[in-house]
Design a protein. Sequence first.
Length: 397
Amino acid sequence: MSRFRLVPTSAQESALLEHCGHARYVWNLAVEQWGMWRRDNGPTPGFVEQCRQLTKARAVFDWLRIGSQTVQQQALRDFDQARRNFLAGSHGRPSWRKAGKHDGFRIVGPQAGRVEQVSGKWARVLVPKVGWVRFRVSRALPAARSYRITRDRVGRWHIAFAAVSDPIPAPGNGAVVGVDRGVAVSAALSTGELLNCPGLSESERRRLVQLQRRLARAERGSNRRQRIKAAIAKLHARAAARRKDWVEKTSTDLARRFDLIRVEDLRVTNMTRRPKPKPDPAKPGSYLPNRRRAKGGLNRGILSNGWGLLVQRLEHKAAGRVQRINPAYTSQTCSRCGHCAPGNRENQAFRCQSCGHSDHADLNAAINIAAGRAVSARRDMPAPMSVKREPQLTTSA
């Protein structure tokens, strides 16, 4: 998926928002129809029947007819695919879309091929019933048969072309690297490198806290509250952009340098779920107050370091060269002698109780991951592992 920054005029932005409103309206109607299913009423309308109903609705309602039929039909197509994914168990249940949060639409077919590059930095796309809209060219334009236009909460427009890029070829040097993902250190490599995902600066964090406090005091529905929410969304979008840029650069660098990349097989979605309330044994009928707060801090740390996105992009760029390793006891096992004990690790420091080997805890785990071996649940003693490691540490931001 190749995404570019779209720069519409004020008149074009109004037309794009109308397309977003039509797509959202049709999607929400499809969600409502699906929610009306009952065991004794038979199946709900499928994609073909919903397209027939859309044609009849366009003949009756003028505000719907002036919109693009392609935009509205593709909203039904997107819902049909989302419903299939939910029934297959790979995605969540399709839910309602809200203005300002789910603004976007998709164009397919011959209309998606009307793209022209104007100069070295600018190109334009012919959006149905909107006209030629400019977008910034940051890489080579792909050959795609569809694209999606979206608007984020900050008000920025983007166009994403559905094109699968070719994977990065392996360097052919036989090098193997282990990647240990963490919260204090975003990614520790078995070569000795410690990589940190950039986030908000200290001043930006202080401003975010101030805005959140002002938001708590603002009256619901007021213009002041909307301005504060927009300012908070701008800071979050800035952090997300930095995180995505770091993931893209890091995954590209690893795919170019190593033939085999080994990572922990972590279920990030399950790890970042909200915990269930835990009863307080001292106070019957009440729950421990700090458990959910502590888990929420851990979840934010995991998500802000891009654990899932890093592995996802590695599997895209280094296709067939990424191995998932069982993470059991990799942080408690000595990479030199293979001794495994909970006392080997103390926070970010690792010191083996058997041989006395000391190292950074994340680097020690990364070496175990690079070796491709994990201690079983019975904590069997593995053979000593030897992984080549560079002597210097490099910190990348």
